[in-house]
Ligand binder design. Structure first.
Ligand SMILES: [Cu+2]
Length: 117
């Protein structure tokens, strides 16, 4: 019984080691900070996640991890980041509930949604 527990424990340790090293190597170029809550990464000409759900009063931060300039612009123009260069961020606090659709003015195919509850 003790041996069995010992092998289960070592298996768990082995898998967590593999998991930790994988998540470390996935961070890539090194300027990707770990995904913070309420944050959207702009990468590969896409907003990731494309839809984010937050609570009223939350601040959403977009970080441009792409190699070109993008914008975060509300479809109804209620907010507009202006140009966000590589490595720069834009933050916006949402104080009313609703669904806020946005896009990149430079690349109109890039779209996203903030759902505020
Ligand atoms: Cu863009």
């Amino acid at each position: 019984m003790k041996n069995r527990i010992a092998s289960v424990v070592s298996l768990v340790l082995l898998f967590s080691t593999i998991f930790v090293s994988c998540s470390k190597s996935n961070s890539g170029t090194g300027n990707n900070s770990p995904a913070a809550p309420n944050s959207v990464s702009i990468i590969n000409m896409a907003f990731t996640p494309a839809t984010i759900t937050v609570t009223v009063g939350a601040t959403v931060t977009w970080k441009n991890n792409d190699n070109m300039t993008h914008t975060v612009t509300a479809d109804d123009n209620s907010f507009d980041s202006g140009n966000i260069g590589t490595g720069s961020s834009f933050a916006k606090t949402f104080s009313t509930a609703g669904s806020f659709l946005y896009h990149c003015t430079i690349h109109p195919s890039m779209t996203g949604t903030v759902i505020v509850k």
